[in-house]
Ligand binder design. Structure first.
Ligand code: NAD
Length: 296
């Protein structure tokens, strides 16, 4: 069997198009422009690349983009004051603080100071609690993107066995909640899981979110299963730098029914979902109907 490749780039382009159409409607019918503020503390080169591409795509869909670049020495209170100002700015509907933050800053305190309604990353404890209890929330972008692709590929996910490898707060745990919300039978596997290959072999859906290059080989995959590869790992092979996922692509693709490639799978969906969350937040803030299919 050769797996269907789930094309995250094409899917993300469609999501951005849908977001763009909704932004145009908000402007024309209500005179509202959704606004996203991104806060970057320090000079981490990878974070700078992410922030730049987030800003560019925010503008491309017609939204307002605001970037706050602060020095690595920024104090806790200065950052909290900026977030407070953004919380109270009516032109800003989404706030994202780029992680990781420098060590002297308290990440939990900073994230939990963002107004939950503007928390487009979905990391605030209120949003975590709302998601966990099946209520309307802001949903973390990466798992939301995975869910959208799974729904598009399978239609209903009801009754499927899903194994999420990784239990982080930003990917593994919210992914498991979303799959549970769609009535999957969910197992969360992690670094202490016993006999991981056997656990993964039971899965109709495997979501790999570990950060270990090509750790999932094809012989762990049930024939026909769907593999969603969240991992982004930079390796060097044959003297060339390369991006690979947590799944060993060739051997998994030979057995799976469908698979997301790295790059070009989950990655592009993450930014598209950030834009989707911002337009959703803007609609909610203004008591307007939300775009369909852009949230969980
Ligand atoms: P993390 O380091 O916070 O969590 C990794 C998880 O993997 C942990 O819960 C740990 O228990 C588990 N783990 C570690 N070793 C394991 C093993 N041998 N077997 C089973 N489980 C093991 O990482 P994260 O932030 O969740 O990110 C995971 C990966 O996803 C990384 O490669 C990251 O770069 C990538 N990522 C991609 C996107 C995207 O947009 N595509 C977004 C976020 C994260």
């Amino acid at each position: 069997m050769s797996a269907t490749v789930i094309d995250g780039r094409a899917f993300a382009a469609k999501v951005r198009e849908q977001v763009g159409e909704h932004v145009t409607r908000l402007k024309e019918a209500h005179g509202i422009t959704p606004g996203l503020a991104v806060v970057l503390v320090g000079e981490d080169p990878a974070s700078e690349v992410y922030v730049r591409s987030k800003g560019k795509m925010t503008l491309e869909v017609g939204m307002k983009s605001v970037e706050h670049k602060l020095s690595a020495q920024t104090g806790q209170q200065e950052l909290l004051d900026l977030i407070d100002a953004l919380n109270n700015d009516p032109e800003i509907h989404g706030i994202l603080v780029q992680l990781p933050l420098p060590d002297h800053l308290d990440e939990d305190l900073v994230i939990n100071s963002i107004a939950p309604a503007k928390d487009v990353d979905g990391f605030h404890v209120s949003n975590v609690g709302l998601l966990g209890t099946g209520q309307k929330s802001m949903v973390p972008c990466t798992p939301l993107g995975c869910l959208m692709m799974l729904r598009a590929h399978h239609g209903s996910l009801s009754g499927m066995n899903a194994v999420v490898i990784g239990r982080s707060n930003i990917v593994g745990k919210p992914m498991a909640q979303l799959l549970l919300g769609d009535s999957c039978t969910v197992t969360i596997a992690h670094s202490r899981t016993k006999d991981l290959p056997e656990v993964v072999r039971r899965a109709d859906i495997v979501v790999a979110a570990v950060g270990r290059p090509e750790m999932v080989p094809g012989d762990w995959i049930k024939p026909g299963a769907t593999v969603i590869d969240v991992g982004i790992n930079r390796i060097e092979r044959d003297g060339k730098k390369k991006l690979v996922g947590d799944a060993d692509y060739d051997s998994c693709a030979a057995v799976a029914g469908a698979i997301t490639p790295v790059p070009g799978g989950v990655g592009p969906m993450t930014i598209a979902c950030l834009l989707a969350n911002t337009v959703t937040a803007c609609c909610r803030a203004n008591g307007l109907e939300e775009p369909e299919g852009l949230t969980a």
